[in-house]
Design a protein around this ligand. Structure first.
Ligand SMILES: [Zn+2]
Length: 224
């Protein structure tokens, strides 16, 4: 027992001495040569803006993953600074892929309009957002020569909501109803014009009779 203790103590002293001994100065490894310098200062600026957006998005509490640039980009469609939004402050019916700026705008809109309006109109919290996709490589409705803003991840289509008690609110069934559901839908789509560049709904055209289209530009139209 005593011998064992002595051995252990000696070992501990040795380790301590080794830890306290001055270390030989280590040569710093040479920095690798940059293989691909940034193409331009514009590239650097864009990168900083993208990082700032991701920081801001993380600060909202959104749950998201980054999308590798390589996953996008066919048929003229692009998704720059793309994220896969998994949950906002509430659940999403399924994850949605979009640019970071659209995700950020959606988070602001949810906080300032969707959540408080649900409490005001229904007296209960919003639980889920039902959407029909954001980034999708498709052409503009009514102008097939142009890529839709969906093709750049700057638009999202919303077809309904679910409240905490399970009540379902859908654009197709309730937009024109006189009840609370209609009041909520018409109210939030009207408010959407303050947050999004293009807002379309059943009042805009037949193509949006069942869902809202919200995008962040470059065009402007409030057709709620
Ligand atoms: Zn749309």
């Amino acid at each position: 027992m005593a011998a064992g203790f002595r051995v252990t103590a000696a070992l501990a002293l040795l380790l301590l001495a080794a830890a306290c001994a001055p270390r030989p100065a280590r040569q710093a490894a040479p920095l690798p040569e940059p293989t691909q310098p940034p193409a331009s200062s514009q590239w650097i600026g864009r990168d900083i803006i993208q990082a700032a957006c991701l920081n801001d998005l993380a600060a909202t509490g959104a749950k998201f993953e980054l999308i590798a640039q390589a996953e996008a980009g066919k048929d003229g469609c692009t998704l720059q600074n793309g994220v896969r939004l998994i949950a906002t402050g509430v659940e999403l019916v399924r994850p949605a892929e979009m640019t970071c700026p659209l995700a950020l705008r959606l988070m602001q809109f949810e906080k300032e309009v969707l959540l408080p309006e649900a409490l005001r109109v229904f007296g209960q919290p919003l639980k889920q957002i039902n959407h029909a996709g954001a980034f999708t490589c498709k052409r503009m409705t009514g102008n097939s020569s142009r890529i839709s803003e969906h093709g750049h991840g700057r638009a999202i289509d919303i077809w309904g909501f679910v409240l905490a008690d399970g009540r379902r609110v859908s654009v197709a069934d309730h937009f024109r109803s006189q009840g609370r559901e209609g009041q909520y839908l018409r109210g939030v789509n009207r408010e959407a014009c303050r947050f999004f560049a293009v807002v379309l709904g059943p009042n805009a055209d037949a193509a949006h009779a069942k869902s809202f289209h919200w995008d962040i530009g470059p065009w402007n139209r409030c057709g709620s």
